[in-house]
Design a binder for this molecule. Structure first.
Ligand SMILES: *[C@@H]1O[C@H](CO)[C@@H](O)[C@H](O)[C@H]1NC(C)=O
Ligand SMILES: *[C@@H]1O[C@H](CO)[C@@H](O)[C@H](O)[C@H]1NC(C)=O
Ligand SMILES: CC(=O)N[C@H]1CO[C@H](CO)[C@@H](O)[C@@H]1O
Ligand SMILES: CC(=O)N[C@H]1CO[C@H](CO)[C@@H](O)[C@@H]1O
Length: 926
């Protein structure tokens, strides 16, 4: 081998040219073997220059190999599949194993006009390496071309010698027999690919990658049975070569690079493949190679993106794929070079934080309280709450009388909300923001509503992804995205998997069972219904409730699960600062600390399970009572924290003492509303910001009963005829079917009929059963009470129930009047009042609302004189000074009358002003 001393010696070693001018030295070239085309041709890759490197096909000089099987061109129906010539496959495999991925050097001896190159190929860097043509001939895997005038060529002579040796050793093609066993039976098509894939049970099978179409699609020859299949890598997609209508191909950005990446690692390598699934005739699989797995590598290098639908079948851990993709995005490599993370402009502290759950909104969002004290609404990423199926028109066809309440009326909405509520409310959760969904405008047609900007996050508690839990119970579904939309959950695949499980197990929304129905009676704001319902709640004692909404510190909406109804509930015993209100277009400013009180109540009770004791109702149909949560009485707690004052109506309740001491301690500490508190209760000026007018609307009532406490019961004169009619028909029915004496067993709270001293039957309610002969009843239409034997009681005929006509006797108390504590003095007043007004018609006006009943002024219907004022004038009672501005005119009138009575030393004042005496004694002056 001649060697020149030129500086290029290391790169280009001279080889004598085979034919022609012996003085010419052919340049020696190098490359890496990309592919073996047949037993006599290879594709060699040069040095990459920027993009994918140049490639050249080299046919080995002087030999002829056997032809490999060829599939008929689909476009030419007259061609047929041809099969392997004997030993053709063995020759290909011999070269493949020897050469793929290896460095070779070669000289080109000849180049045809079509550009096909023929030459000598040596394994390694120089011609000292194995001569490939010689090896083939020695193995009997190729035959020497003896045609032509080549007798004097030393290379050819060597080949002929080697061939002669192979012949005598009976190697390869020179062995006995026709060599038919060396012919493959290639299966180009599979009858039922899905069955085929299933039958392999995800076991790795040996294969050779025969062709790489693009980065993520290959043709593989499955061994040992020679199935030739196209496999798409599960879970990913590389940029492709788009086929245009005119037959040309346009590569998407990085398509060629991705293809080269896969090709250079896998083409004609021995691999194992797991065939994972076969949707729509496409086989999805994962290629295993000792040096790593190509799916992950492609993602990590930014040559591929994750594909939701096929990730589900990826058998080697979809999370690793997402992580690889995430890493590529973060480094902005290749296809991600312009990538901007959805949370890119958030501070780390806004991206991930721990917060306390304050409220569950519908079934896919929560309100959390941050460490800073601010509240934020967080939507659960990538899930969709239960919703109404079908078009919105159906909604219009709904029962028009019934208000549509999504929480109860959308199937599974309530279940979803309850699941979240029970698991999360009041708890600390980890929030990891996945994306911010921009606000959207409503569509012109109004078919899609406007959405404000939404913060969407993965929320976990104790390591559990709450969205995944919701989806796996079938209480939410997973949103599908466009492939390139990464505004989605960071745990999207787990959500999809959870959904697949829920569908398979028929959970919740995916269940074939009838949807659970929640018939909820909304009593809030329905005075009539509330009236009927009041006695049930009063009787029930402590009832369970869920706080559905907090309007203000003391005004709540409750869901009563046992009674399946919604009510508005006001806290008894306190005066809570009012929020700003808009009454008839006039904005009234909020009282100080109204927001604090509202927040306090929200934080303590919103969406919690509580117990309530309903005591009474106001005229708007709101129930009034006490609310307890975990041993805390909310009225007391608000007072304790200086967020409410004790209201005088609390006096009668069993919590009065607790309230007062709570108030005292708040005053001492100068908490919130007591910040400017000076210890001189007499001087206390109550800020009454309310500017409302006293409402004067006297209506005729019939006074039926006056109690020892100077409360009284009245019947509404306007509905009096209804009661008369009811009594009449009831009595005639009873006369026709007299009750069997003693057949009725009274129970506390029951409605019944009772035979009064006049021998007539009246509607009544059992208040207490001491013994069968001592039953306490309350005549619901008259307000009087009696202890009777049960033989005087009978079942209330259903047609006369309080449902058909509510109890007619309503309880009231005198406004602006303090009932004397002294029993004798009180008895005097009661006697006086009984004499004047019992069983007469009067005019009644509600002045203000108390915890157990409303406070009213009464007028005699003839003279229009005020009954209460009359009592003041006679010195029978003292004035209860109300501080509301709009009542001051009446209060002043009352106080003037009181002064006159005092001066005249009437009744209570007969010994002078006993209160002033006390005051003087203790050094106070008035
Ligand atoms: C060169 O190699 C190709 C690929 O195997 C083959 O089709 C072709 O016939 C070869 N040419 C000659 C002249 O052997
Ligand atoms: C929040 O995440 C941290 C770390 O991942 C964990 O230690 C902590 O327990 C989580 N807190 C909750 C409430 O899940
Ligand atoms: C199943 C398998 O082969 N997984 C491998 C995929 O490739 C990565 C490296 O690229 C390996 O770490 C995994 O073990
Ligand atoms: C009877 C009852 O529940 N009383 C509670 C009212 O609330 C205060 C504090 O908020 C508790 O200390 C009482 O025990």
């Amino acid at each position: 081998m001649a060697s020149s001393s030129s500086s290029t010696a290391t790169l280009t070693t001279g080889v004598m040219q085979a034919q022609g001018n012996p003085a010419t030295v052919l340049p020696l070239q190098r490359g890496i073997v990309k592919m073996v085309l047949s037993g006599c041709a290879i594709i060699v890759r040069g040095q990459p220059r920027g993009g994918p490197p140049p490639e050249r096909q080299i046919n080995l000089s002087n030999i002829r190999a056997f032809t490999l099987a060829r599939r008929a061109a689909q476009s030419q129906p007259d061609t047929k599949d041809t099969s392997d010539e004997p030993w053709a496959w063995q020759a290909r495999e011999f070269l493949r194993k020897k050469l793929i991925g290896k460095e070779v050097c070669f000289t080109v001896e000849n180049k045809t006009p079509q550009g096909r190159e023929y030459g000598l190929v040596y394994l390694g860097k120089d011609t000292t390496g194995e001569n490939i043509a010689e090896s083939l001939v020695s193995e009997g895997l190729a035959v020497v071309r003896r045609e032509g005038n080549r007798g004097n060529n030393p290379d050819q002579i060597r080949l002929c010698d080697l061939e002669d040796q192979a012949k005598s050793a009976k190697k390869g093609t020179w062995s006995e027999g026709a060599g038919t066993h060396t012919i493959r039976d290639i299966k180009y098509t599979i009858e039922n690919p899905r069955n085929f894939v299933d039958s392999l049970h995800q076991k790795p099978i040996n294969a050779i990658i025969e062709h790489v179409r693009d980065g993520s699609i290959v043709r593989a020859l499955l061994l040992p049975d020679y199935y030739l299949v196209t496999v798409m890598l599960s879970g990913i997609k590389c940029p492709i070569f788009k086929r245009e209508p005119d037959g040309t191909e346009t590569p998407e950005p990085f398509a060629a690079e991705a293809k080269f990446f896969t090709e250079s690692r896998l083409l004609q390598r021995d691999v194992q493949i797991i065939l994972e699934s076969c949707p729509n005739q496409v086989i999805l699989g994962t290629i295993l190679h000792p040096n790593g797995n190509i799916t992950e590598l492609l993602l990590k290098e930014g040559f591929a993106r994750c594909v939701d639908w096929s990730m589900a079948v990826y058998s080697q851990g979809a999370d690793k794929l997402r992580a690889a993709e995430r890493s590529a995005k973060e480094r902005r490599v290749r296809i991600w070079k312009d990538y901007v993370a959805p949370t890119a402009n958030l501070d780390q502290k806004d991206k991930q934080f721990v917060a306390k759950v304050m409220q569950i909104v519908n079934a896919d969002a929560i309100v959390v309280k941050l460490n800073s004290g601010d509240c934020r609404t967080i939507h659960l990423s990538s899930i969709r709450p239960p919703r109404i199926e079908g078009d919105a028109n159906q909604e219009k066809n709904r029962d028009k009388d019934k208000r549509f309440r999504p929480l109860y009326d959308i199937p599974y909405m309530f279940e979803a909300r309850e699941f979240l509520r029970k698991k999360l409310i009041g708890k600390k959760v980890n929030v990891s923001v996945d994306y911010i969904r921009a606000a959207t405008a409503a569509s012109d047609t109004g078919s899609t509503p406007a959405f404000p900007e939404r913060t969407c996050a993965t929320v976990t508690i104790g390591g559990i992804n709450i969205a995944e839990a919701l989806v796996s119970k079938g209480l939410a579904t997973v949103i599908r995205y466009r492939q390139d939309d990464d505004q989605r959950s960071s745990h999207y695949d787990e959500l999809l998997a959870a959904e697949a499980r829920a569908i398979k197990n028929g959970k919740g929304l995916h269940s074939k069972k009838e949807v659970p129905i929640h018939r909820v009676a909304d009593i809030s704001g329905e005075t009539q219904k509330a009236k009927q319902f009041l006695p049930f709640l009063q009787r029930a004692g402590r009832s369970e409730a869920v706080v559905e909404y907090v309007f203000s510190g003391s005004r709540l909406k409750l869901y009563m699960p046992k009674e399946t109804c919604l009510i508005t509930f006001l806290l008894a015993g306190i005066e809570c600062p009012r929020g700003s209100r808009n009454t008839a277009g006039v904005i009234q400013e909020a009282e100080p600390f109204s927001d604090e009180a509202c927040l306090f109540t929200k934080e303590l009770v919103l969406q919690r399970e509580v117990e309530v004791e309903v005591e009474s109702m106001d005229k708007a149909g709101n129930f009034i009572g006490w609310l307890h949560i975990d041993g805390v009485n909310l009225s007391v707690a608000l007072v304790e924290h200086g967020l409410s004052k004790v209201h005088f109506t609390a006096e009668r309740s069993s919590y009065y003492k607790t309230l007062l001491s709570a108030e005292e301690s708040a005053q001492q500490k100068k908490e919130k509303i007591w910040a400017n508190y000076e210890e001189s209760p007499q001087e206390e000026v109550v800020q009454v910001t309310e500017e409302k007018e006293r409402i004067v609307n006297y209506k005729p009532v019939f006074i039926t009963e006056i109690t020892d406490e100077l409360h009284f019961y009245v019947q509404d004169v306007e509905t009096g005829s209804q009661l008369e009619k009811l009594m009449e028909t009831m009595r005639s029915e009873i006369a026709a079917h007299p009750p069997v004496e003693g057949s009725y067993a009274p129970r506390r709270g029951d409605y019944c009929i009772a035979k009064f001293a006049d021998g007539e039957w009246y509607r009544a309610r059992v208040e207490k059963v001491e013994t069968p002969s001592k039953v306490h009843v309350f005549y619901i239409d008259y307000g009087n009470r009696e202890v009777v034997s049960s033989v005087r009681l009978a079942q209330l005929p259903p047609s006369f129930s309080v449902g058909s006509l509510p109890a007619q006797a309503k309880e009231y108390a005198f406004a602006f009047i303090q009932v004397p504590q002294d029993e004798d003095a009180r008895a005097d007043v009661v006697d006086n009042v009984v004499r004047d007004i019992q069983n007469t018609q009067c005019l009644l006006n509600v002045e203000y609302v108390g915890a157990s009943c409303s406070f009213v002024t009464l007028q005699f219907s003839d003279s229009k004189d005020d009954v209460g004022l009359g009592l003041i004038k006679e010195g029978m009672v003292m004035v209860d000074v109300r501080k509301e501005k709009h009542l001051q005119k009446v209060v002043t009138e009352y106080l003037n009358a009181q002064e006159a009575a005092k001066a005249a030393r009437l009744n209570l004042w007969r010994y002078g002003d006993f209160r002033a005496d006390d005051a003087d004694e203790f050094g106070f002056s008035r």
